[in-house]
Design a protein around this ligand. Structure first.
Ligand code: ATP
Length: 273
């Protein structure tokens, strides 16, 4: 398919989202993770190119979070190797290469949005930059909310703060685990559009776990489909949709077809490779 070693294709599409993922940012080779008799992840091989947006979807308990945590150095593999920018995950984590965004944003309730963005960077031993933090709040659509406390923000706005916080860390890799899981469908869609826009501007590598097939397709350059018992990578699906993407994509036949294809893969173990 004319791909490079990441498996991603460089396309001739014009615009800023042109895909050129020659350099591998994340690499998993034969990664297995066992927990007391449970094989959470089995023999996973994956390459994620630098600056690529990869989503991960699969049934509950198939090892999506385990894979994300293993990439992020929060979980050691039982077998196999993971490398991030050529380094083992714990070294990459110590170097501040990861921005984690989880379903529960864990903002500090007594701090303003701006202070929440700044705080994590301070905690990581890096010097905070309030101007940059303010710019990032603007980037995620929160201009004017720098002084608001989390309780004054909606769920979607709180997740935007969490994304700005991860970006302020200066991380090159965003690991996102169901970040919009608690949001209503319309807000999820809006957040998806925002996240792709931010990703385009900030040029991060993103690994994004979701339960939503439309979200997995809309966001991705490539979508990793997993199966369970044991958790393994069933296939990796190239998403061919216009770039940049906005809400009009949801209504297109191409989008519906690709959603259907991923659904079939999830239900029937349809061969994607
Ligand atoms: N710390 C742990 N100790 C024991 N078992 C675990 C641990 N973490 C995960 N597991 C098990 O490993 C398997 C994979 O879990 P994981 O959370 O990675 O799946 P998931 O695909 O993210 O699930 P969900 O979509 O429900 O969040 C499950 O059977 C789970 O019970």
């Amino acid at each position: 398919m004319g791909g490079d070693e990441t498996g991603a294709r460089a396309t001739d599409e014009p615009g800023r989202e042109q895909r050129q993922y020659g350099e591998t940012a994340i690499r998993l080779d034969g990664v297995t993770v066992d927990f007391e008799g449970v094989r959470a992840l089995s023999d996973a091989d994956l390459r994620v190119g630098k600056g690529e947006f990869v989503t991960v979807i699969g049934p509950s308990g198939c090892g999506k979070t385990t894979m994300l945590r293993t990439v992020g150095g929060l979980q050691d593999p039982t077998a196999g190797t993971v490398s991030v920018g050529g380094d083992p995950p714990d070294r990459a984590r110590a170097a501040g290469e990861f921005g984690f965004v989880f379903q529960r944003h864990a903002l500090l309730p007594w701090k303003s949005a701006l202070d929440n963005v700044v705080f994590l960077r301070k905690l990581a031993g890096k010097s905070p930059d309030r101007e940059r933090a303010r710019d990032l709040l603007e980037t995620v659509g929160l201009a004017g909310f720098a002084d608001a406390r989390p309780a004054e923000l909606s769920g979607g706005m709180r997740q935007r703060v969490a994304i700005a916080r991860a970006l302020h860390l200066g991380a090159s890799v965003l690991l996102m685990d169901e970040p919009f899981g608690e949001l209503d469908e319309l807000t999820r869609e809006e957040m998806g559009i925002e996240v792709r826009r931010v990703w385009r501007e900030e040029r991060k590598t993103v690994l994004f776990v979701t339960h939503s097939v439309p979200e997995a397709v809309f966001l991705a350059d490539r979508c990793v489909v997993m199966s369970d018992h044991p958790g393994e990578i069933e296939g990796v699906f190239d998403v061919e949709l216009p770039r940049p993407r906005d809400e009009s994509v949801y209504g297109t036949t191409a989008f519906q077809e690709q959603v259907a294809r991923v659904r079939t893969a999830l239900h029937e173990g349809y061969e994607l490779r």
